[in-house]
Design a protein. Structure first.
Length: 257
Protein backbone atom coordinates (compact mmCIF):
# COMPACT_ATOMS: atom_id res chain seq x y z
CA UNK A 1 0.00 0.00 0.00
CA UNK A 2 2.95 2.30 0.59
CA UNK A 3 3.98 1.73 -3.02
CA UNK A 4 0.47 2.61 -4.22
CA UNK A 5 0.57 5.80 -2.16
CA UNK A 6 3.94 6.78 -3.68
CA UNK A 7 2.70 6.12 -7.25
CA UNK A 8 -0.44 8.18 -6.64
CA UNK A 9 1.51 11.08 -5.15
CA UNK A 10 4.01 10.92 -8.02
CA UNK A 11 1.28 11.11 -10.67
CA UNK A 12 -0.31 14.11 -8.94
CA UNK A 13 3.11 15.76 -8.59
CA UNK A 14 3.81 15.43 -12.33
CA UNK A 15 0.35 16.80 -13.19
CA UNK A 16 0.90 19.84 -10.97
CA UNK A 17 4.43 20.43 -12.28
CA UNK A 18 3.18 20.42 -15.89
CA UNK A 19 0.70 23.17 -15.06
CA UNK A 20 3.04 25.14 -12.79
CA UNK A 21 6.38 24.98 -14.55
CA UNK A 22 7.93 22.45 -12.21
CA UNK A 23 7.77 21.59 -8.55
CA UNK A 24 7.24 17.81 -8.66
CA UNK A 25 10.49 17.10 -6.74
CA UNK A 26 9.31 19.39 -3.94
CA UNK A 27 6.33 17.08 -3.48
CA UNK A 28 8.27 13.85 -3.97
CA UNK A 29 11.41 14.53 -1.92
CA UNK A 30 9.74 14.13 1.53
CA UNK A 31 8.17 10.82 0.46
CA UNK A 32 11.39 9.43 -0.99
CA UNK A 33 13.29 10.52 2.13
CA UNK A 34 10.87 8.70 4.43
CA UNK A 35 10.49 5.73 2.08
CA UNK A 36 14.18 5.08 1.40
CA UNK A 37 16.21 7.43 3.59
CA UNK A 38 17.78 10.83 2.94
CA UNK A 39 20.81 9.46 1.08
CA UNK A 40 18.52 7.94 -1.57
CA UNK A 41 16.77 11.24 -2.34
CA UNK A 42 19.21 12.74 -4.86
CA UNK A 43 19.86 9.59 -6.97
CA UNK A 44 16.25 8.33 -6.94
CA UNK A 45 14.78 11.76 -7.74
CA UNK A 46 17.38 12.13 -10.51
CA UNK A 47 16.36 8.83 -12.10
CA UNK A 48 12.66 9.65 -11.86
CA UNK A 49 13.12 13.19 -13.23
CA UNK A 50 15.25 11.93 -16.13
CA UNK A 51 12.62 9.53 -17.46
CA UNK A 52 9.62 11.74 -16.64
CA UNK A 53 11.11 14.79 -18.34
CA UNK A 54 12.06 12.69 -21.37
CA UNK A 55 8.38 11.96 -21.92
CA UNK A 56 7.37 15.58 -21.28
CA UNK A 57 9.97 16.91 -23.74
CA UNK A 58 8.71 14.46 -26.36
CA UNK A 59 5.11 15.65 -25.86
CA UNK A 60 6.13 19.31 -26.32
CA UNK A 61 8.99 18.82 -28.79
CA UNK A 62 7.78 21.46 -31.25
CA UNK A 63 7.53 24.09 -28.47
CA UNK A 64 11.16 23.87 -27.31
CA UNK A 65 13.34 26.98 -27.65
CA UNK A 66 16.52 25.41 -29.02
CA UNK A 67 18.51 28.67 -29.18
CA UNK A 68 18.00 29.16 -25.47
CA UNK A 69 18.88 25.52 -24.86
CA UNK A 70 22.14 25.89 -26.79
CA UNK A 71 23.23 28.57 -24.30
CA UNK A 72 21.93 26.67 -21.28
CA UNK A 73 23.47 23.26 -22.04
CA UNK A 74 27.23 23.96 -21.58
CA UNK A 75 26.68 25.54 -18.16
CA UNK A 76 24.30 22.76 -17.13
CA UNK A 77 26.83 20.08 -18.06
CA UNK A 78 29.63 21.72 -16.08
CA UNK A 79 27.38 22.50 -13.12
CA UNK A 80 25.88 19.01 -13.10
CA UNK A 81 29.30 17.41 -12.70
CA UNK A 82 30.35 19.83 -9.95
CA UNK A 83 27.04 19.52 -8.09
CA UNK A 84 26.91 15.72 -8.19
CA UNK A 85 30.51 15.51 -6.98
CA UNK A 86 29.89 18.04 -4.19
CA UNK A 87 26.82 16.00 -3.11
CA UNK A 88 29.19 13.37 -1.71
CA UNK A 89 31.27 15.93 0.20
CA UNK A 90 29.24 18.63 1.94
CA UNK A 91 26.09 19.37 3.94
CA UNK A 92 23.73 21.71 2.08
CA UNK A 93 20.77 22.28 4.40
CA UNK A 94 21.53 26.02 4.35
CA UNK A 95 21.28 26.03 0.55
CA UNK A 96 17.67 24.80 0.58
CA UNK A 97 16.74 27.64 2.93
CA UNK A 98 18.44 30.20 0.66
CA UNK A 99 16.61 28.88 -2.42
CA UNK A 100 13.31 28.90 -0.55
CA UNK A 101 13.79 32.52 0.45
CA UNK A 102 14.71 33.46 -3.12
CA UNK A 103 11.52 31.87 -4.49
CA UNK A 104 9.32 33.55 -1.89
CA UNK A 105 10.92 36.95 -2.48
CA UNK A 106 10.57 36.47 -6.26
CA UNK A 107 6.82 35.99 -5.87
CA UNK A 108 6.53 39.01 -3.58
CA UNK A 109 8.36 41.08 -6.17
CA UNK A 110 6.67 39.42 -9.14
CA UNK A 111 6.39 42.66 -11.15
CA UNK A 112 9.94 42.02 -12.39
CA UNK A 113 8.89 38.64 -13.80
CA UNK A 114 7.29 40.04 -16.95
CA UNK A 115 9.20 41.36 -19.98
CA UNK A 116 6.75 44.27 -20.21
CA UNK A 117 8.01 45.85 -16.98
CA UNK A 118 11.63 46.06 -18.21
CA UNK A 119 12.77 45.88 -14.57
CA UNK A 120 14.88 42.88 -15.46
CA UNK A 121 14.79 40.95 -18.71
CA UNK A 122 17.52 38.33 -19.04
CA UNK A 123 19.50 38.13 -22.24
CA UNK A 124 19.84 34.78 -23.92
CA UNK A 125 23.49 34.45 -22.85
CA UNK A 126 22.48 34.84 -19.19
CA UNK A 127 21.20 31.26 -19.34
CA UNK A 128 24.78 29.97 -19.58
CA UNK A 129 25.68 30.95 -15.98
CA UNK A 130 22.10 30.25 -14.89
CA UNK A 131 22.56 26.70 -16.20
CA UNK A 132 25.68 26.34 -14.04
CA UNK A 133 23.79 27.59 -10.98
CA UNK A 134 20.74 25.38 -11.44
CA UNK A 135 22.79 22.26 -12.14
CA UNK A 136 25.05 22.72 -9.11
CA UNK A 137 22.09 23.25 -6.79
CA UNK A 138 20.23 20.30 -8.33
CA UNK A 139 23.26 18.05 -7.87
CA UNK A 140 23.62 19.06 -4.24
CA UNK A 141 20.04 18.79 -2.97
CA UNK A 142 18.36 16.50 -5.54
CA UNK A 143 16.24 19.33 -6.94
CA UNK A 144 16.61 23.09 -7.23
CA UNK A 145 12.87 23.63 -7.32
CA UNK A 146 11.50 26.17 -9.82
CA UNK A 147 14.55 28.35 -9.18
CA UNK A 148 14.83 29.47 -12.83
CA UNK A 149 11.12 30.10 -13.35
CA UNK A 150 11.50 33.83 -12.60
CA UNK A 151 14.06 34.04 -15.41
CA UNK A 152 11.99 31.99 -17.89
CA UNK A 153 8.98 34.23 -17.20
CA UNK A 154 10.99 37.43 -17.47
CA UNK A 155 12.63 36.19 -20.68
CA UNK A 156 9.13 35.94 -22.17
CA UNK A 157 8.55 32.23 -22.81
CA UNK A 158 4.90 31.27 -23.27
CA UNK A 159 3.37 28.43 -21.27
CA UNK A 160 4.05 25.55 -23.70
CA UNK A 161 7.44 27.01 -24.67
CA UNK A 162 8.44 27.27 -21.05
CA UNK A 163 7.37 23.75 -20.06
CA UNK A 164 8.91 22.11 -23.15
CA UNK A 165 12.16 24.09 -22.96
CA UNK A 166 12.54 23.58 -19.24
CA UNK A 167 11.97 19.83 -19.65
CA UNK A 168 14.95 19.61 -21.99
CA UNK A 169 17.04 21.72 -19.63
CA UNK A 170 16.18 19.47 -16.68
CA UNK A 171 16.86 16.41 -18.83
CA UNK A 172 20.37 17.67 -19.64
CA UNK A 173 21.13 18.24 -15.96
CA UNK A 174 19.81 14.86 -14.83
CA UNK A 175 21.70 13.04 -17.59
CA UNK A 176 24.98 14.55 -16.38
CA UNK A 177 24.08 13.89 -12.75
CA UNK A 178 23.26 10.24 -13.42
CA UNK A 179 26.56 9.66 -15.21
CA UNK A 180 28.43 11.36 -12.36
CA UNK A 181 26.51 9.49 -9.65
CA UNK A 182 27.26 6.16 -11.36
CA UNK A 183 30.95 6.99 -11.66
CA UNK A 184 31.06 7.89 -7.95
CA UNK A 185 29.16 4.76 -6.93
CA UNK A 186 26.23 6.73 -5.45
CA UNK A 187 23.48 4.95 -7.42
CA UNK A 188 22.77 1.54 -5.92
CA UNK A 189 21.13 -1.14 -8.11
CA UNK A 190 17.86 -0.99 -6.15
CA UNK A 191 17.56 2.75 -6.84
CA UNK A 192 16.96 1.97 -10.52
CA UNK A 193 13.66 0.28 -9.71
CA UNK A 194 12.52 3.06 -7.41
CA UNK A 195 13.36 5.70 -10.03
CA UNK A 196 11.43 3.72 -12.63
CA UNK A 197 8.36 3.68 -10.37
CA UNK A 198 8.41 7.48 -10.07
CA UNK A 199 8.88 7.93 -13.82
CA UNK A 200 6.08 5.52 -14.84
CA UNK A 201 3.70 7.47 -12.63
CA UNK A 202 4.70 10.55 -14.62
CA UNK A 203 3.05 9.26 -17.80
CA UNK A 204 -0.61 9.88 -16.85
CA UNK A 205 0.33 13.08 -15.00
CA UNK A 206 2.12 14.51 -18.05
CA UNK A 207 -0.60 13.51 -20.49
CA UNK A 208 -3.42 14.98 -18.42
CA UNK A 209 -1.33 18.06 -17.64
CA UNK A 210 -0.73 18.72 -21.33
CA UNK A 211 -4.46 18.63 -22.06
CA UNK A 212 -5.23 21.08 -19.25
CA UNK A 213 -2.29 23.33 -20.19
CA UNK A 214 -3.67 23.83 -23.70
CA UNK A 215 -6.88 25.23 -22.21
CA UNK A 216 -5.20 27.64 -19.79
CA UNK A 217 -4.66 31.29 -20.66
CA UNK A 218 -1.22 32.84 -20.39
CA UNK A 219 -2.29 34.82 -17.32
CA UNK A 220 -3.69 31.74 -15.61
CA UNK A 221 -0.44 29.90 -16.28
CA UNK A 222 1.61 32.74 -14.80
CA UNK A 223 -0.54 32.78 -11.67
CA UNK A 224 -0.14 29.02 -11.20
CA UNK A 225 3.63 29.29 -11.73
CA UNK A 226 3.87 32.02 -9.08
CA UNK A 227 1.75 29.96 -6.68
CA UNK A 228 4.01 26.93 -7.13
CA UNK A 229 7.10 29.08 -6.61
CA UNK A 230 5.66 30.27 -3.30
CA UNK A 231 4.71 26.76 -2.19
CA UNK A 232 8.09 25.35 -3.24
CA UNK A 233 9.89 28.09 -1.35
CA UNK A 234 7.99 27.30 1.83
CA UNK A 235 8.54 23.55 1.41
CA UNK A 236 12.27 23.97 0.88
CA UNK A 237 12.56 26.01 4.08
CA UNK A 238 10.49 23.43 5.98
CA UNK A 239 12.16 20.45 4.28
CA UNK A 240 13.69 19.06 7.45
CA UNK A 241 10.81 19.95 9.74
CA UNK A 242 7.03 19.70 9.60
CA UNK A 243 6.88 18.59 5.96
CA UNK A 244 8.62 15.35 6.96
CA UNK A 245 5.89 14.76 9.55
CA UNK A 246 3.15 15.28 6.94
CA UNK A 247 4.85 12.90 4.51
CA UNK A 248 5.26 10.28 7.23
CA UNK A 249 1.57 10.52 8.10
CA UNK A 250 0.48 10.10 4.48
CA UNK A 251 2.75 7.11 3.92
CA UNK A 252 1.50 5.59 7.17
CA UNK A 253 -2.04 6.05 5.91
CA UNK A 254 -1.07 4.04 2.81
CA UNK A 255 -0.11 1.10 5.03
CA UNK A 256 -3.65 0.93 6.44
CA UNK A 257 -5.65 1.41 3.23
Amino acid sequence: MTLIAVVFVSAIAWLISTLAGGGSPMILIPFVSIWLGSQAVAPVITLGMFLGNTQRAWLLWDKIDWRLTAWFAPGAIAGGILGAYAFTKIDVAWLEIAIGLFLILSVLGSNWLTPETNIYQPKIWHFLPLGVLKAIVSGLVGSSGPILNPFYLSYGLSKENMIGTKSVHVLIIHTVKMITYVSLGVIKPEYLGYGLILSLAAIPGNLLGQQILERMSGQQFRQVVLAMMLVSGVLMICQNGEIQVVGSWLLGLGHHV
